[in-house]
Design a protein around this ligand. Structure first.
Ligand code: NAD
Length: 483
């Protein structure tokens, strides 16, 4: 597919380069080559974007909810209209298989927008009658003002829309920064917003590096709230700047998610799903399971079947229909994953499959790593504690429920867990005791957008999703009337 690629900032309703004209190279992970450039914005661009968002705020925050909802619905339709192009662009930019962009990323981006376009029409305030004192309290929920949304490269348009949709629906005006590694679909999104007539300044999209434009957003005194998805390291940096300024913060960060397999599970369903939860999107989903704990009685069977399934997966060019895992997003990330595999070997791990780069014919300079399964590592090694965020998992045997619960919770992270068992009592017991924000039982990555989404411990602060996101992007005010 031929794309007309010209990545620009979207500011005050117009497309424009960064003020100083600085540019960044953007790479195609499938062949390791630069395919385009994007603006390398700076603090001056953030100032300008904030001004544009401030100008738009009075009118947008007073626009009827139905009208905001209607415009968002048109944006979602605009995504549908450019579905093929957006899917291709996401794959070109990120390296994920084209079928995955079509199955997951782009449909979900449209669904995110539609979801919040609907949710805002159902968002209501509470009222409390204070009996005995003849008073009524009601809660006003007003938009905050200018807010910032910073998103990562692993699900570029999916997570970008997940943040900006509730922010805009709730009446805020937004400065959004997509990852500099994957700017393309956000840039096409700007064109959609212009076409459907989103008022200028309601959404401003700045491209550029985290430590420049992202940090300038964290420091800007007039950006009153920040919603961030990315690594725990960067989340901590943002919090260290923004928390002393008393900005409202929502941080969705890294994970080291346990998968717990009991011998009484539905084995076939479990095996199929665990292959997916380990390697889909090259293991680059914050919710992917990376520490797999298997009950001893079923360990050998699982190991054999899991390794066979992983060895059968084709790691290859993302545009080829039979590719199951595509390219790793960037050279830096590819090298980081390979370093993690070397660490696992030094720590005494046995590589059961994969563990090596792959060089598909005609794409030798792309960044490919085959699905990798490692066993024999202790709980307290770097490999079992640090987030790798690639197609690399460890498997470990356990005997009892108590033992596996302790191992699953023995982590700095607390994002998601998946549990495989047909024992109902154990299901509820464990779901309550596992220290993660999301617990999937006999499934994985099943998402109902109304549910609270986020992590505990170093995986997150706050929750997104459904009304949680609308609450985050509004300021509640108590009004008390005595009659
Ligand atoms: P990252 O933290 O490097 O970057 C995320 C975003 O932050 C990018 O837009 C980046 O430019 C920006 N950024 C970088 N430095 C910044 C700074 N100093 N100030 C402000 N912004 C800055 O993360 P990544 O490598 O793009 O994404 C992978 C990480 O994201 C993984 O750790 C993964 O677990 C996490 N993630 C979490 C979730 C979740 O919902 N919890 C979802 C997806 C990804």
């Amino acid at each position: 597919m031929e794309l007309n690629i010209h990545i620009l900032n979207y500011l005050g309703g117009m497309l424009q380069p960064s003020l100083d004209g600085g540019q960044l190279e953007v790479f195609n992970p499938s062949n390791g080559k630069v395919y385009t450039h994007a603006p390398n914005s700076s603090a001056a661009d953030v100032d300008l974007a904030v001004k544009s968002a401030q100008d738009a705020f009075p009118s947008w925050s007073n626009t009827a909810v139905e009208e905001r909802s209607r415009i968002l619905m048109k944006i979602a339709d605009g995504i549908d209209d450019r579905f093929e192009e957006l899917a291709y662009a996401e794959t070109l930019d990120n390296g994920k298989p084209l079928w995955l962009s079509k199955q997951m990323d782009i449909p979900r981006a449209a669904a995110n927008i539609r979801f919040f376009a609907n949710a805002i029409t159902q968002f209501s305030s509470e009222s409390h009658e204070t009996t005995g004192l003849s008073a009524i309290n009601y809660t006003l929920r007003s938009p905050i003002g200018v807010v910032g949304c910073i998103s990562p490269w692993n699900l570029p348009l999916y997570l970008f829309t997940w943040k900006i949709a509730p922010a805009i629906a709730a009446g805020n005006t937004v400065i959004a920064k997509p990852s500099e590694v994957t700017p393309l679909t956000a840039s096409i999104f700007s064109e959609i917003c212009m076409k459907v007539g989103l008022p200028p300044g309601v959404l401003n999209i700045l491209h550029g590096q985290g430590h420049k434009v992202g940090e300038a957003m964290s420091r800007h005194p007039d950006i009153k709230a920040l919603s961030f998805t990315g690594s725990t390291r960067v989340g901590r940096e943002i919090a260290s700047i923004a928390a002393p300024m008393f900005k409202k913060l929502s941080l969705e960060m890294g994970g080291k998610n346990p998968v717990i397999i009991f011998d009484d599970c539905n084995y076939e369903k479990m095996l199929k799903t665990v292959v997916r939860s380990s390697f889909i999107n090259q293991g680059q989903i914050c919710l992917c399971g990376s520490r797999i704990y298997v009950q001893r009685s079923v360990y050998d069977r699982f190991k054999q079947d899991f390794v066979a399934a992983a060895q059968n997966m084709k790691a290859g060019p993302p545009l080829e229909a039979d590719t199951q895992t595509g390219a790793i997003v960037s050279q830096a990330h590819y090298e980081k994953i390979l370093r993690h595999i070397e660490t696992a070997k030094r720590e005494g791990g046995t590589i059961l499959c994969g563990g090596k780069p792959v060089f598909p014919a005609g794409h030798e300079d792309g960044w490919y790593i085959s699905p990798t399964i490692i066993e024999g590592l202790p709980q307290h090694c770097t490999t079992n504690q640090d987030e790798i965020f690639g197609p690399v998992v460890t498997i470990t045997a356990f005997e009892s429920e108590e033992e596996v619960l302790a191992m699953a919770n023995d982590s700095y992270y607390g994002l998601a867990c998946s549990l495989w068992t047909e024992n109902a009592s154990r299901t509820h017991r464990m779901a309550k005791s596992i220290q993660t924000g999301i617990v999937w039982i006999n499934t994985w990555l099943m998402r109902d957008l109304r549910t609270p989404f986020g992590g505990m411990k170093n995986s997150g602060v706050g929750r997104e999703g459904g009304l949680e996101a609308l609450r985050f992007f509004t300021e509640p005010k108590n009004v008390c009337i005595q009659y």
